[in-house]
Design a protein around this ligand. Sequence first.
Ligand code: GSY
Length: 168
Amino acid sequence: MMHKGVYLALGSNIGERERHLLSALALLEERDVHISKSSAIYETEPRDFIDQPWFLNMVVQCETRHFPLQLLAVLLGVERELGRMRSPSAVRRGPRVIDLDILLFGSALIETPQLQVPHPRMLERRFVLEPLIEIAPDVRHPDSKEPLSKYLKLVCGQKVRVKPPPSL
Ligand code: GSY
């Protein structure tokens, strides 16, 4: 069974940020996570832990046979492969080579200790909402049933800029 309407957020703020995003997408494809739509890449000011470099963020829509916790294990494996340390000494919410999050899994509502879907902080983050709305303008939040654009207005003070695609 193929699960559709799965949305993932990607972020990087260390080293060759764009290369990390593209490497993560390639590794996901190899692990039965097929990218069906991709947002532009956005350069975004850091949130939460603000004394760190700006991020590159994007959102992708994908199709996969994995169930949510299997998909989470795949994302953690890709983060590990790209060298992200989830060690106790790493700054919580600090700089990272790559961060992969499940935003939406169709209309599923999931509350487990390891995984909450929809992502609990997605509505407060312009770096998530803006690329998500770019590729899924008609999707509603599965819990509130509100259109996502309703939440975008509340976060428009957060700085983001669309990164132009590389010149051919
Ligand atoms: O949760 C994602 C990691 N993260 C980010 C991010 O990806 N982008 C921006 N702009 N700020 C962030 N703060 C954290 S933590």
